[in-house]
Design a protein around this ligand. Structure first.
Ligand SMILES: [Zn+2]
Length: 444
């Protein structure tokens, strides 16, 4: 039952734009968050449409909303979820105030226009449309709008997973991390986030004899820490293809029309392919082809004439699905060698729902209609989203919120950057596609 309702596109556009503007005008900068502002707005709109949303604060002002559209229960629910907090903005760098929600140049402007109040509004509209259409579904659709993603999600969806799991328990989850048009070799591409890396941050310490700065030693805690940094930066960890990366590579080599001999996925062919791509894309693809350990901080010594006993390096570690923390740290030790103390800090699990499942296939089939000439391909995220919390409940999480942009629209630099905005036509087009994905998936 694929149904494209949306007959009155003008009315749909007006309503979808109005909700996004309203959300953008609420300052939910995290910290402190104040997400209850946005959650109350959503609750109000949903209540007027006959829903009974649940609002739960994890702390003062840290609102989370959950609401359910009932299906027949023949299948397990689909959770559509998004975060309502945003990162900080520097107003003096913006053409339109970050919390203006202005409409100008065919775009809606404001912090969160792309990340990710646009998807909040898509999901809100889907709930409203389901109700108005009286759609018969086999799965419940649960909508969760939550706090705190930009600071790790513990006060947001992580809180719901820990304290109210039954409210959001679902077989499949759909959220951010894919769906904005990308262009590779001049071709429009839509990526579906089918996995994301886990985190394993650690401090690495070197110890050695102290001494006077006027009497050099061949080896000190500082020199050893520096050696570890250089090794980590210069030595890639082993190539580790995931199901996502393998499927992605096949599509990519097709797209850039590589000769058959170069299409086998191995480290040598990968390197050749990366050399053909723009540097930023190549760096990203390299990051999802292996575990990574990036030195991001250095600390040693307090007096300039004293050789210190210890030196410390902060390392942002990311590991792929299929890898363990222990396995990852063993790779790191292999690179830096013996003699370092490693103190593990926070960790977050990786997750992957390999391409080819029913939700992925639904996305493919809907996008065939909405963007017949575009390519849909799976993608691993180098960073983490709220999926790391949701997947703790056994939910299979994908990231896809369709937004159509033109090749010259700098979406990537606007996310967390200045002048964040979304083109209205691509936003409303995306709402139609997203609605079809949800109804088609939950009807089958
Ligand atoms: Zn986000």
């Amino acid at each position: 039952m694929a149904q494209t309702l949306l007959t009155d596109v003008q009315a749909l556009t007006d309503e979808a734009v109005r909700h996004l503007q309203a959300l953008l005008r609420l300052d939910t900068t995290n910290p402190p968050g104040n997400e209850t502002l946005a959650v109350n707005y959503l609750a109000d709109v949903l209540q007027r449409e006959g829903y009974r949303p649940t609002v739960i604060e994890s702390g003062p002002g840290r609102g989370n909303l959950v609401v359910r559209f009932r299906g027949s229960g023949e299948r397990e629910p689909l959770l559509i979820y998004s975060h309502v907090d945003v990162v900080t903005a520097e107003p003096n760098h913006w053409t339109h105030e970050p919390f203006s929600g202005d409409v100008a140049d065919g775009c809606i402007w404001g912090r969160g226009a792309l990340d990710m109040k646009s998807m909040v509004a898509h999901e809100l509209m889907v709930m409203l449309l389901l109700k108005r259409q009286g759609v018969q579904l086999k799965r419940d659709v649960i909508f969760a709008a939550t706090a705190d993603e930009e600071a790790g999600g513990d006060a947001g969806i992580g809180f719901l997973v820990d304290h109210h799991p039954d409210l959001i328990r679902a077989e499949y989850g759909l959220s951010e991390g894919g769906g904005t048009t990308m262009f590779i070799a001049g071709k429009a591409v839509y990526d579906v986030r089918t996995g994301e890396k886990g985190t394993c941050r650690f401090k690495l310490r070197a110890y050695d004899e102290p001494g006077h700065g006027s009497v050099p030693r061949p080896r000190t805690s500082v020199s050893q820490a520096a050696e570890a940094v250089v090794k980590l930066v210069n030595t890639p960890l082993p190539f580790r293809p995931t199901a996502t990366f393998t499927a992605f590579f096949a599509t990519l080599t097709d797209l850039i029309q590589l000769p058959a001999a170069k299409r086998e996925l191995n480290e040598r062919n990968l390197k050749e392919v990366l050399d053909l791509l723009p540097a930023a894309l190549a760096r990203y693809l390299n990051a999802i082809a292996r575990d990574t350990a990036t030195p991001t901080g250095l600390r040693a010594g307090s007096k300039i004439n004293v050789i210190p006993t210890s030196a410390e390096v902060s390392v942002d570690g990311r590991f792929l699905p299929g890898q363990t923390e222990e396995g990852f740290l063993a790779e790191v030790r292999q690179v830096i060698g013996e003699g370092y103390e490693i103190e593990q800090l926070d960790t977050g699990r990786p997750q992957e729902d390999p391409p080819g499942g029913p939700l992925y296939d639904t996305i493919l089939s809907v996008m065939k209609r909405y963007a017949p000439d575009a390519i849909v391909m799976p993608m691993m995220m180098s960073g983490a989203t709220d999926a790391r919390h949701v997947s703790r409940l056994g939910t299979k999480c994908l990231g896809f919120d369709p937004v159509r942009i033109r090749e010259d629209f700098p979406a990537e630099q606007l996310v967390h950057g200045h002048d964040e905005r979304i083109p209205i036509d691509g936003y409303v087009w995306g709402l139609q596609a997203f609605y079809d994905i949800v109804t088609q998936f939950c009807s089958r």
